[in-house]
Design a protein around this ligand. Structure first.
Ligand SMILES: C[S@@+](CC[C@H](N)C(=O)[O-])C[C@H]1O[C@@H](n2cnc3c(N)ncnc32)[C@H](O)[C@@H]1O
Length: 298
């Protein structure tokens, strides 16, 4: 099923979740279903959640028989509502929950979704097409100061000041509507020309694009809200596994798990986050910044 997305830290996820036959698991970020499939192959029963209808459609097509046999249930929704989604699908008291944060390769590789600065497309970046606000809205409506804060905080972008100034100047003439229009504005702030290599374009554009994506999809708020709900869905000795790709996200996971421990709700299994092996990195460069953390409920 992996043209859609190559699952990261697959072996580590199934080992940490200690999959048992006929027990229930929630995959809160289904994507192309790679992790879900591994759990199913080990005999687990899975509720797969995603905000992106493309992901659900893809997995539905590939896992028809498992859905029919009720081994796999699919739900469209935001994992920050994990409690309600779990109750609606009779997945209370589960044996493990996985959050594999960020976006799928399918999302980044589909130009019309607007996630990639290397592909011409509308400035969209919504994982959930039902959301009202797109990246285009933010780029054209936020004030210069708000854009600066966004790029500085979520993107840790050191040229945030120049880029936000360039955006405000450009949109006085014409709204910024496409990925390449935005990329050109960012590249100008770096003195880069349009014929620069993809490597250079990646270096200069990735932080602003990531910041916009995180803001459009309220990614930090989602995980912050989801973890305290997820812990209540776990059986005793069951685990939450989170894979994050951004230091602010990883910081939320780390702090929340520490807080759970302080409240005697269980113990942190990974004192330090687990990263991908060199072998996995060779096969999948997108896994480079992955950090996996695990918490076990009492
Ligand atoms: C990195 S991919 C998951 C890949 C998946 N583990 C696999 O093996 O293919 C992340 C997925 O989570 C979804 N997602 C991101 N934030 C979400 C949220 N708040 N609620 C539900 N799904 C979310 C995205 O739409 C995307 O499909």
């Amino acid at each position: 099923m992996n043209n859609f997305h190559a699952p990261v830290l697959l072996k580590e996820v199934t080992e940490f979740l200690k999959i048992k036959k006929q027990e229930k698991y929630i995959d809160a970020t289904l994507g192309g279903g790679g992790h879900a499939q591994a759990i199913l192959n080990l005999g687990g029963i899975v509720l797969g959640i995603d905000v992106d209808q493309d992901a659900l459609d893809y997995v539905r097509k590939n896992q028809e028989s498992r859905i029919k046999n009720k081994e796999l249930t699919l739900a469209k929704g935001n994992f920050r509502d994990i409690e309600e989604i779990a109750h609606l699908n009779s997945f209370e008291k589960v044996s493990g929950i996985l959050f594999d944060l960020g976006i799928s390769s399918h999302q980044i590789d589909t130009p019309e979704r607007g996630f990639s600065f290397l592909k011409e497309g509308p400035l969209d970046m919504r994982m959930d097409k039902d959301l009202g606000v797109t990246a285009e809205t933010l780029v054209n409506v936020l004030t210069k100061g708000e854009l600066y804060d966004l790029f500085n905080k979520l993107g840790q972008e050191h040229r945030a000041f120049a880029i936000s100034g360039n955006i405000v100047r450009a949109r006085r003439v014409k709204a910024v509507q496409t990925t390449s229009e935005l990329a050109r504005i960012i590249e100008q702030a770096y003195g880069i020309r349009g014929d620069a290599s993809d490597f250079t374009k990646n270096v200069v554009n990735k932080r602003v694009f990531q910041a916009l994506r995180m803001a459009v999809n309220t990614e930090l708020e989602n995980i912050e809200q989801a973890l305290p709900k997820a812990i209540y869905l776990l059986k005793g000795k069951a685990r939450i596994v989170v894979i994050s790709f951004h230091s602010l996200e990883d910081g939320i996971v780390k702090r929340t798990f520490k807080d759970f421990e302080k409240k005697n709700m269980g113990k942190i299994i990974t004192e330090k986050p687990v990263s991908v092996t060199k072998e996995e990195l060779k096969k999948n460069s997108r896994a480079a910044s992955a950090k996996l953390r695990v918490f076990e409920k009492n």
